[in-house]
Ligand binder design. Structure first.
Ligand code: BJW
Ligand code: ZN
Length: 302
């Protein structure tokens, strides 16, 4: 049976749900101005973003990979959460969830995004209503790491670094976003920053080369056991703005469905997630999510 787009049927299922997971991807942040990984937005200087997100690419050309991540860090510093992040921040909070999912005592966002915008939306919500700053909010799991984190290749020290730019040599490289051609139409090679000028570990006596603290292809997802536990227990799975091609996240909806739960996909277009969906809401999630869930943002956000 094809998935339904009946909002009242979806809301009835939500009323019955007890444990909700939201599985999010790059489409959650497009309205904030962050490019996706696949499709038209998935290129940087004519490189496929997914080809740069590997340990092999970093080993072969740390200068290029750092320029890509520096560009994305600077972009995120200049962005703010959009309506979809704000709706999810509310859904995570018990008092906002109560009217639409009264039985749901657990609600967790499992995001593949590394931009930190979901955390920022949650912080903004807490700040906008100081009386409920301590009220219970569901967890946010950033399963592919964080752009602002660095990881030392030598001592494995992981820490948050929000310096802009992260090192002097990368300053200004973010403005080059397209491939440059010379008069003969030949591609001008990328400027190479020598490895010693890239970010290095500041831990006492280390000085090892730093890499972005994100999860690349072939690398393990931190705390996957805990995530699997949440997925196994969930009876409602909202899949928001992901192409559902990257595992393990792409398999979470299958698990929920196999366990008898309900899956609702929110995507701007058809995606691989559709075939495992009970409900499908096509459109920009920054509009559909609030409408379908019945969460209004009022005047406070953009
Ligand atoms: C909108 C919208 C709007 C636009 N509104 N919608 C099983 C089968 C086959 C392969 C594997 C498997 N298990 C593991 C693998 C290998 C691999 C994998 O999945 N490969 C596939 C490509 C086949 N997985 C891994 O390697 C993972 N590791 C692992 O499994 O380790 C095992 C292990 C165990 C023990 C020891 C060692 C290893 C790791 C995956 C890491 C992925 N990393 C990246 C980069 C992160 C860092 C960074 O950001 O730079 O994560 S790749 C990239 O893809 C990024 C994303 O999080 C991820 C998913 O992409 P996403 O978010 O779905 O984005 P898009 O662009 O694809 O889609 C956007 C969607 O939004 C589209 O559908 C649009 O239509 C939509 N959209 N605007 C609503 N306004
Ligand atoms: Zn170190």
């Amino acid at each position: 049976m094809p998935p339904s787009s009946d909002i009242s049927a979806f809301r009835s299922a939500l009323q019955q749900s007890k444990r909700i997971i939201i599985v999010a991807g790059a489409g959650l942040s497009t309205a904030s101005g962050i490019p996706t990984f696949r499709g038209a937005g998935g290129y940087w200087r004519s490189f496929e973003a997914t080809r740069l997100a590997t340990p092999e690419a970093f080993a072969a050309n740390p200068s290029l990979v750092w320029q890509f991540y520096h560009y994305r860090r600077e972009k995120v510093f200049a962005c703010k959460p959009n309506n979809a992040h704000h709706v999810i921040a509310r859904l995570l909070r018990h008092e906002y969830r109560q009217p639409i999912a009264p039985l749901a005592n657990q609600c967790t966002l499992i995001t593949q995004n590394v931009d930190g915008l979901s955390i920022r939306a949650r912080e903004e919500l807490a700040a906008s209503d100081p009386t409920s700053a301590n009220s219970e909010s569901g967890d946010i799991i950033e399963m592919h790491g964080r752009l602002v984190d660095t990881l030392c290749k030598r001592c494995e020290d992981r820490r948050s670094n929000t310096q802009s730019p992260i090192c002097p040599a990368l300053a200004g490289t973010e403005v080059r976003t397209d491939a440059i051609m010379d008069e003969a139409g030949k591609r001008v090679p990328e400027a190479t920053i020598s490895t010693e000028d890239l970010p290095h570990c500041e831990k006492e006596g280390c000085g090892g080369l730093l890499r972005p603290g994100v999860v690349w292809f072939g690398e393990a997802i931190p705390d996957l056991e805990a995530i699997d536990g949440l997925v196994d227990a969930a009876d409602m799975c909202l899949v928001v703005g992901t192409s559902s091609v990257v595992y393990p996240a792409a398999g979470f909806a299958d698990t929920v469905r196999q366990n008898g739960g309900t899956v609702a996909v929110f995507n701007i277009e058809a995606s691989r997630g559709d075939k495992k969906a009970d409900f499908l809401f096509i459109g920009p999630c920054e509009e559909t999510l609030g409408n379908v869930l019945g969460i209004s943002l009022g005047e406070s956000t953009s």
